[in-house]
Ligand binder design. Sequence first.
Ligand code: HEC
Length: 129
Amino acid sequence: MKKVGVRLAVALVLLFAARVVSAQEASRSSSWTKSTTSGEGQPRGYVQYQNYCSMCHGEGPGKPGTLALQAKYKGAEPALLDKRTDLTPQLVKTFVRNGVSIMPFFRKTEISDADLDAIAAYLTRNNKQ
Ligand code: HEC
């Protein structure tokens, strides 16, 4: 009888530990803390956009960039930056180097000029010529 109690206690402890671990894993893979995308076979601008911008400008609930642009344009332009066709490379670079509202500015030591060129090219890829 005593043994059963001990086993039950051990099982409960293990169950609890497993839940803590899986909760940690879930939070580690949240969109705010996600690790660098592998980006294998993807253009550089896409990869850097995923790494530096999509946590705010991506799809899904609670993305402050997407929410702000939804409120700003009210459907006149897509709320998702990577669906826009009206951005120019110069405008993208100005916002990234200066920031706006809660969007931080990014230094050249964070996003190099070459990476920013690639992001700007990615975000203007669907523009009409
Ligand atoms: C911390 C969240 C956050 C991150 C990270 C972020 N942005 Fe933003 N961004 C915003 C918000 C919020 C706005 C809208 C500000 C406003 O006008 O109210 C915005 C606005 C913009 C705009 C202006 C769009 C328009 O039509 O007004 C551009 C361009 C832009 N971001 C590009 C980027 C790029 C490129 C990156 C990655 C290098 C990036 N942002 C990273 C939050 C973010």
